[in-house]
Ligand binder design. Structure first.
Ligand SMILES: N[C@H](CCC[C@H](N)C(=O)O)C(=O)O
Length: 283
């Protein structure tokens, strides 16, 4: 299988061009290639497919092999892949995901994509759609939740995939390896959840760490940054435009109230191309 290792703010995936490759068991392949000791090493695997509804279609898998519905850093890297490898010459493209069709604006410098601005669509607060069960509440905004004997306040949002945004005093001394799985597998989330821990710096800047469903702590999460920026706005912690500092870089998130949509702007980076034999692994 030919692949390309790429990352967005350090959120790294193995990208496979499925116009040319066929993967029999993508869940098992994702789990294997993601392994940082026995595989290639990544937060998961992302397949680029043809689409009959958009220019391209994304299928994304976490490092535990589970399939996710949307990936903000992933769609930016797909934009870079399809342009840089000549699958398109357009600088405005659409990508079909299980979390809806996304529109992307590509910035090209010296013939290569460097930055991508994505229309991430409207944030969804409807508890049933996220999904989250919190008493009979229709929305979960700034609600108390007890984790590890401590009370946190959580705001739940879907960006095509489920997020729980939690405000903390400092993200630097967070015991994320211990806390992350407790949020991820909390009974209020029937499909598990991606959890963002947010430290507010000022009315347009936050620091974020994320514990991703199916992948653990990652250096960045695009959908998570969007959910967090919107949670900050809802809870009056920031305005509509938020610079999110992640462990692996920065994302600029802007909420366009008129269009009721969130824009995410950030980098997309290629690391290397490679080839791997999966016949024995998947046998
Ligand atoms: N890192 C991704 C999100 C992956 C979400 C995945 N962990 C799930 O929903 O299961 C991002 O940049 O948006």
């Amino acid at each position: 299988m030919k692949f390309t290792k790429m990352h967005g703010c350090g959120n790294d995936y193995v990208y496979v061009n499925c116009f040319e490759e066929t993967i029999e068991n993508p869940n098992a392949a994702a789990k294997f290639v993601s392994d940082r000791h026995f595989g290639i090493g990544s937060d998961g695997m992302i397949c680029i497919h043809p689409s009959d509804k958009a220019d391209f279609r994304m299928a994304m898998y976490n490092s535990d092999g589970s399939e996710g519905a949307m990936c903000g850093n992933g769609v930016r890297c797909i934009a870079k892949y399809v342009y840089d490898y000549g699958l398109t010459d357009k600088t405005r493209i659409t990508i079909e995901t299980k979390g809806g069709i996304k529109e992307l604006d590509l910035t090209v410098e010296d013939g290569k994509v460097t930055w991508v601005n994505v229309d991430m669509d409207a944030p969804v607060l409807d508890a049933e759609k996220i999904p989250v069960n919190y008493d009979e509440e229709k929305q979960v905004i700034d609600k108390p939740v007890i984790v590890d004997g401590r009370e946190y306040r959580i705001t739940c949002i879907s960006m095509g995939n489920p997020h729980g945004v939690v405000f903390v005093d400092s993200v630097d001394d967070l015991e994320i390896e211990r806390l992350g799985p407790m949020f991820e597998n909390h009974p209020m989330f029937p499909d598990r959840v991606n959890t963002e821990f947010i430290e507010v710096i000022d009315d347009h800047t936050v620091k974020m760490r994320v514990w991703e469903r199916g992948s653990g702590e990652t250096l960045a999460c695009g959908t998570g940054a969007c959910a967090s920026a919107y949670a900050c706005y809802l809870n009056k912690k920031t305005g509509k435009n938020v610079l999110v500092h992640l462990l692996g870089g920065d994302l600029q998130i802007n909420y366009d109230e008129e269009k009721h949509t969130i824009f995410m702007k950030g980098p997309a980076t290629k690391v290397f191309d490679g080839e791997i034999d999966l016949t024995e692994v998947l046998a």
